[in-house]
Design a protein around this ligand. Structure first.
Ligand SMILES: *Cc1c(COP(=O)(O)O)cnc(C)c1O
Length: 345
C-alpha cells in the first residue's frame, strides 16, 4: 500500500482532510449502521443543542504502526466506556462499545495511507465525538444525535527532545465540585481557553487547576492529568471526582507498579506539599508524558529535579509506556487491539 506523501517527522498537531470519515446517526431511539464518507463536512440544524447548550462530548486516541508493520489501537475499550459516561452525564444516547471500536478500526483501515510508519514517532490521532442535533430550540436533550470519528496524522510530540516545561497554578476553576469535570464534554474546554492563554502570556506552558472546593489540592491541567514521584519511589496521582480520568494516567499506574516496581498511589496531593516530589509530570494521549520542571504557586517557584532536563524515573515511565503503545514492549493483556488486515495487501 502506497503511503501518503507526507514528511512524517515534521507533522504537528493540525487538522487535515484525509480519505474517509465515519458518520452514524441516532433517531427514533436507535443508531444506524454508520457510513464511511469522503466529505469531511456534516450538515446540522442551526438549532442543534450542540451549538447552543454544549450537548457534545468527545474522545482522543491513537493508532500506532509497530516494527513489523501491524497497526494497533491502545485500550480503545477505555475510550468507548469513557464516551458512554460522558453521554450519560449530558443525556445523550450511549454508543455501544463494539460500535465505537469498530468505527475507529474502520477509520484507520479506510485511511491506512495516512497512518504514519514505524520509527517516525508519528501516529494517526482519532477523534470520536457525539453531538446533539435536530430542530429543538428548548434547553432540553436533542431529538437526534450524530456519532462521528475522524483521524489525522500527527507528529511526534517532543521534536526538540523530552524536555521539561514550566507551569503555574490557575486562579480559575475548570470544573465545579459536582459538575462535569469527570467527563469529556466540550463545555469544560471553552472555559479553559482563557486560563491557558493567561498562563502562556505569563511565560508558562500551561496552568494547573486546584480543586474547585478548597483550592488546596492539585487536580490537573486543562488537557492532561498530573502525577509526582517521591524521593522514595512512590508514584502518586490525584484522585478527585472533578478530574477527567485519563487513560494514560490509568496506564501509568500499572506501568509504575508492574513494570518499574514503584509504589503506585491514587490520593490527595496538597499544593503546599508539592516539594515532596523529586519529579513531576503531566500525562495524556497527545504527549504521553510532559515532564514539569517547575510549578509557580503564590509567587513562589518550586523546581523539580531540573528545569532543563527530565529526571530518570519520569524518562523510564515515558519510554516504557511509549514502547508498549508502539509494540516494542509487551503490553498487559487486553491493552492492544490490532487492525486485522487481509493477508495479500
Ligand atoms: C483527555 C483529557 C486528559 C487525558 O486523557 P487521556 O485519556 O490520557 O488522553 C486529561 N485531562 C483532561 C481534562 C482531558 O480532557
Amino acid at each position: 500500500m502506497q503511503k501518503a506523501n507526507i514528511n512524517w517527522g515534521e507533522l504537528g498537531f493540525k487538522y487535515q482532510k484525509v480519505d474517509k470519515v465515519y458518520v452514524s446517526r441516532w433517531k427514533d431511539g436507535r443508531w444506524d449502521d454508520g457510513v464511511l464518507q469522503d466529505d469531511d463536512k456534516i450538515s446540522i440544524s442551526i438549532s442543534a443543542t450542540a451549538l447552543h447548550y454544549g450537548q457534545q462530548c468527545f474522545e482522543g486516541l491513537k493508532a500506532y504502526t509497530t516494527k513489523n508493520g501491524d497497526i494497533q489501537l491502545f485500550r480503545p475499550d477505555m475510550n468507548a466506556k469513557r464516551l458512554q459516561n460522558s453521554c450519560k452525564r449530558i443525556l445523550m444516547p450511549e454508543v455501544p462499545v463494539d460500535k465505537f471500536i469498530d468505527a475507529c478500526l474502520k477509520v484507520v483501515e479506510a485511511n491506512e495511507r495516512f497512518v504514519p510508519p514505524y520509527g517516525t514517532g508519528a501516529t494517526l490521532y482519532l477523534r470520536p465525538f457525539v453531538i446533539g442535533n435536530g430542530d429543538n430550540i428548548g434547553a432540553g436533550p436533542a431529538p437526534e444525535y450524530i456519532f462521528c470519528v475522524f483521524g489525522i496524522p500527527v507528529g511526534p510530540y517532543f521534536k526538540g527532545g523530552f524536555k521539561p516545561v514550566k507551569m503555574t497554578t490557575a486562579k480559575y476553576d475548570r470544573a465545579a465540585p459536582y459538575g462535569t469535570g469527570g467527563v469529556k464534554v466540550g463545555g469544560n474546554y471553552a472555559c479553559g481557553m482563557l486560563p491557558h492563554q493567561v498562563a502562556v502570556e505569563e511565560g508558562f506552558a500551561d496552568c494547573i487547576y486546584l480543586d474547585p472546593e478548597t483550592h488546596t489540592t492539585i487536580e490537573e491541567a486543562g488537557t492532561s492529568n498530573f502525577f509526582g514521584i517521591t524521593k522514595d519511589n512512590k508514584f502518586i496521582t490525584p484522585d478527585s471526582p472533578s478530574i477527567l480520568p485519563s487513560i494514560t494516567r490509568n496506564s501509568l499506574l500499572t506501568v509504575a507498579r508492574d513494570y518499574l516496581g514503584m509504589e503506585a498511589i491514587e490520593g490527595e496531593i496538597k499544593i503546599d506539599e508539592v516539594d515532596q516530589f523529586e519529579e513531576v509530570g503531566a500525562c495524556g494521549t497527545a504527549a504521553v508524558i510532559t515532564p514539569i520542571g517547575s510549578i509557580t504557586y503564590n509567587g513562589k517557584k518550586h523546581i523539580f529535579h531540573s528545569e532543563e532536563v527530565a529526571g530518570t524515573k519520569i524518562t523510564k515511565l515515558y519510554e516504557t509506556l511509549h514502547g508498549i503503545q508502539f509494540g516494542d514492549i509487551e503490553a498487559p493483556e487486553g491493552w492492544i487491539v490490532k487492525l486485522q488486515k487481509e493477508c495479500a495487501k
